[in-house]
Design a protein around this ligand. Structure first.
Ligand code: F0G
Length: 401
């Protein structure tokens, strides 16, 4: 049993209502379960495969889900980078290993399933790229048409390729993500299309399973959970999920939720550092990490609560710091991620160097999307292949043998 409730005024709504914010006060909604009626045990969960659907008792889907086998992503111990930073317990949860290469698949398996459960006939989103790739694939699997709005010229190549190939109607607007989201919200409300941006509280239910899996894989609650922050949905989702585990007495404490943004796009960091009651939108966000190039994060209210109630923090990293960590993850750990994803680990590097965190902490950084999402940014950082004549002599000469 669950209902929608407003995080601000507490108004409650039936789970079948097609609303994205509180009709009374306009604030964000959340999915609230009667946790005392849930009788699942941790042993029962442990017997199921590691995946989003291991945790189905605290997910809203009651139909057979639209699934591409999402979740169950690896948790890597960052041995070399951890040693360099003096952090013996540094881990990366590689969400790039999901079916379409980002954590958005956890949200979309639940979100597209809910679209069908609620009887909706089409779905839409605005996106910096990954949400559109994921929605397009899950809409294809669910057999429902999808519309995606992208900021023209600001979406990494792999993501556009995915949205196009999975058959969504792909529209590029001559403005940024924040404007695309405004437009698509209006479109969905006026034309009865199901909105699957992270303002949709059901989508975030799927994403909370990142935290569940990390706890199960570590066998304990990490001291700190670090996420790159764009629209601020993912950090909010992980926090909400872990609070539910705490209410179920499956865990006895919460990790310090830590959000990392790019220096050119850091409204959440500014609110945390400035102790502001709410986030002040930034008009022209800019960063090489186009996935998190967002000036008006829609889930800011939830994210600030997550950070503040857990004694967490937020930090900004420069584009150089992001790209340098992208290379370190690739070359020292064998983990290929896109720039936004490297921001989480780059943020920890910065925080530890500033002395802001304890070196004994167990830290889980979420690396959110795969290296192949943004091949252009990768190629720009690397030397081109060495082209030679097809002879043994030429080969040996370039190898200096
Ligand atoms: N990392 C990657 C790779 C992302 O694609 C996103 C968001 C984030 C981090 C930030 O997550 O928005 O929940 O704070 N991408 C969205 C998109 C906005 O449209 O694909 P968030």
């Amino acid at each position: 049993m669950y209902r929608l409730s407003c995080i601000h005024c507490g108004a409650e709504y039936a789970p079948g209502e097609i609303i994205y914010t509180c009709p009374k006060c306009g604030h964000l909604l959340t999915v609230e379960y009667d946790l005392n009626t849930i009788s699942v045990t941790r042993d029962e969960w442990d017997r199921r495969p590691l995946s989003v659907w291991r945790y189905r008792e605290i997910l809203p889907v009651t139909i057979k889900p639209v699934s591409l086998q999402e979740g169950g992503t690896p948790l890597y111990h960052l041995e070399r980078i951890g040693e360099e930073l003096g952090l013996p317990h540094l881990y990366a949860k590689h969400e790039g290993m999901n079916p379409t290469g980002s954590f958005k698949d956890r949200g979309m398996t639940v979100g597209v399933s809910m679209a069908l459960q609620l009887g909706m006939k089409s779905v839409a989103c605005a996106s910096t790229g990954n949400t559109s790739a994921s929605l397009s694939a899950y809409a294809a699997k669910g057999g429902i048409p999808a519309v995606v709005l992208l900021p023209a010229g600001k979406v990494a190549l792999g993501k556009v390729a995915q949205a196009l190939m999975h058959g969504a109607k792909v529209i590029a607007i001559r403005d940024n993500f924040d404007r695309a989201l405004e437009l698509v919200r209006e479109l969905c409300i006026k034309h009865g299309i199901y909105l699957l941006n992270s303002v949709n509280p059901y989508r975030l239910e799927g994403q909370k399973t990142i935290g569940f899996e990390a706890v199960d894989q570590l066998g304990d609650v990490p001291d700190r959970f670090v996420l790159p922050v764009g629209n601020a949905g993912n950090i909010s989702a992980v926090y909400k999920g872990l609070r539910e585990l705490e209410s179920l007495d499956f865990i006895d404490r919460l990790p310090m939720m830590t959000g990392i943004q790019a220096a050119g796009s850091q409204p959440v960091v500014q609110a945390v550092e400035g102790h502001l009651p709410e986030v002040v939108p930034q008009a022209n966000p800019e960063t090489v990490a186009t996935a998190i190039r967002i000036g008006a994060p829609v889930n800011a209210e939830k994210a600030l609560t997550a950070i503040r109630e857990t004694g967490g923090t937020a930090a900004a990293v420069t584009d150089e710091e992001i790209l340098s960590m992208q290379r370190d993850l690739a070359q020292k750990e064998g983990i290929g991620v896109e720039p936004a994803s490297a921001a989480s680990v780059a943020g920890i590097k910065k925080l530890v160097e500033e002395g802001a965190i304890d070196r004994d902490e167990r830290i889980v950084c979420v690396v959110t999307g795969h290296l192949l999402k943004d091949p252009e940014t990768v190629i720009k950082q690397c030397q081109p292949p060495i082209e030679i004549e097809a002879t043994e002599q030429a080969l040996l000469s370039v190898l200096h043998l």
